[in-house]
Design a protein around this ligand. Sequence first.
Ligand SMILES: [Ca+2]
Length: 318
Amino acid sequence: MKKIIFDTDPGIDDAMALLLAHACQDIEVVGITTTFGNASIENTTRNALYLKQKFGMHAEVAKGVNTPLDQVKTEPATLVHGDNGLGNIELPDQINTPLSPLIAHDYIVETLKKQPGEITLVAVGRLTNLALAIEKAPEIGKLVKEVIIMGGAFGHNGHTGNLTPFAEANVYGDPLAADIVINADWPVTIVGLDVTQQTQMSNAYLEKVRTHSEKYGQFIYDITRFYAKFYNDDLGLDGFYVHDSSAIMYLVSPEIFTTKQGHIRVITEGPAKGHTLFKGSNRVFPIDEWATAPKQTIAINVEPQTFNQRYFDIICGN
Ligand SMILES: [Ca+2]
């Protein structure tokens, strides 16, 4: 059993990824920690509690902070995810499910200490909570099993950014946190736009999911109407790219991804803010802020058809 804490800003693709993890028999979602980005921290936390209640999850939900480390606030991505973060489907005002008394980064620290070597952190939003956790308790680097991040872009397959020409939104939203998390002493795999924009789900595929998954199909179809319209208006796509579910899929089926290892730094200010830069060679330069960074893993290719088939099989219980 693969135990995870899912750090997330639900978020339409976040919800799809969480449902993939929940539906997968090999994964136990121990905790859900919320961050801000796709919606405000209030809305992403309400949405996490809503998903927990609606789908009968056992995971504890812990609310995160509402500001990036550099204190530069940006507006929630309501154009992509709707005002409520879940594509403006109707949501109850009150969710009668309790929150963890711990703030997200303390929840991460405490849970890793209680279950050393057992838990993978899967982060599909800004990396603020993970950065606060590893800064407060660097010893958790030895307690975590693995860290999997959806974020960043390294130029493979022509993908360099989605919020700016050279930055992916999660990393841009808290670049200091991303640089801390990627360069901490723990094993990180980055599943970035290089692969997430190689997989697309079409509207016909989503209709098939609606028909074949009694438990999740209608919900996934409903929340993705807004998201698909954004991608169609913005990029002319039929359907959308598959961002956050790629991080869960990497946990489930790493063999459908190609990866490589190297040193990574994040540009934290200026026009290239949020840009992720990968150094794959061992050459040491006279000035080299990559040389002391730990070697981490990035995903550079994926098999999109196998991806979509596995997502379908897990969600539809085949
Ligand atoms: Ca997300």
